[in-house]
Design a protein around this ligand. Structure first.
Ligand SMILES: Cc1ncc(COP(=O)(O)O)c(C=O)c1O
Length: 279
């Protein structure tokens, strides 16, 4: 497999990141995980918008580099003869020069990928974890930065507890999102998901699901969901580029996942179609 390493195409086993790259030194970077179905990058424009917004938030220059990504990604897909995969695009503040907090280098771009590896069985188990116990970045607008330490520790803790994914509860008792996924609930035919104001990542699949749900005439609400209310929900699922829609369960929760299954099928049809838009 070939990696794109800031201007060069390198064999994966030989690819290295410069020691003084700001991304390596300080997590001074942003990333996107983009789904490729049948050689087509799903909703690339949305991923680019999210990255652009992240760059604005952290005052990272590099609009020109961002504009080059679609073409480099197309070359990446063709050089690696990718059919279906999760591609990862990383943009860092580049080689550290002078004071790291004022580093003025050109940003650096890296591209890699891995196979799509979805759980075969669902519902998968989740555990509710308190955000205050993890070094989690939470502000609005959320950015997909290279600082995923808290997310990774929580993911491991969840796995150690026999769960697939953690669902975070913030200091006010509200559900936010998972370590690497968004979360949805369904109650009385209304699709509910935590509001972006909580500092939740605006997931590309989160948006897609809300569009698909509206097409199915479900009411959709981005709202505040208190942890104490989850046991009364009719259905629940998590969402991401990697897993699409994945129904979840936890201690004492049972569901027929009626709407979740339909949304999951709708999403997979969209992936299979090689299109990005809900029509
Ligand atoms: C914290 C977090 N929330 C949600 C998501 C889902 O985002 P998307 O639907 O764009 O994959 C991710 C994906 O990486 C994530 O890291």
């Amino acid at each position: 497999m070939l990696i794109y390493s800031n201007g060069s195409w390198v064999k994966a086993e030989q690819a290295v990141v410069p020691f003084n790259d700001q991304g390596f030194l300080y997590g001074d970077s942003l990333f996107e995980t983009i789904r490729v179905n049948h050689g087509h990058a799903f909703r690339l424009d949305r991923h680019m918008d999210r990255m652009r917004s992240g760059m604005d938030t952290i005052h990272m220059k590099g609009g020109d580099l961002l504009a080059e990504i679609p073409e480099i990604l197309e070359t990446y897909i063709s050089k690696n003869q990718l059919d279906s995969a999760l591609t990862r695009i990383i943009i860092t503040r580049g080689i550290s020069k002078g004071s790291p907090w004022r580093s003025e280098s050109a940003p650096a771009l890296y591209m890699t990928s891995r196979p799509i590896n979805e759980p075969e069985q669902w519902p998968v188990k989740v555990v509710f974890l308190e955000e205050k116990n993890y070094p989690i970045l939470r502000f609005h607008p959320a950015i997909k930065s290279g600082n995923y330490l808290g997310n990774m520790i929580a993911k491991k803790d969840a796995e150690d507890a026999g769960a697939f994914e953690p669902v975070f509860v913030n200091r006010d008792g509200y559900i936010t999102e998972c370590a690497i996924r968004n979360v949805f609930f369904i109650k009385n035919d209304i699709l509910l998901t935590p509001s972006l104001e909580l500092g939740v990542l605006p997931g590309v699949i989160r948006d897609t699901i809300m569009e698909l749900a509206k097409k199915r005439h479900l009411k959709v609400r981005e709202t505040l969901i208190i942890k104490g209310d989850v046991q009364e929900m009719d259905e629940a699922f998590i969402s991401s580029t990697g897993v699409g829609v994945l129904p979840i369960t936890w201690e004492g929760f049972q569901s027929n996942y009626k709407h979740s299954q339909i949304l999951r099928e709708d999403l997979y049809k969209l992936f299979e179609s090689g299109e990005s838009d809900v029509t």
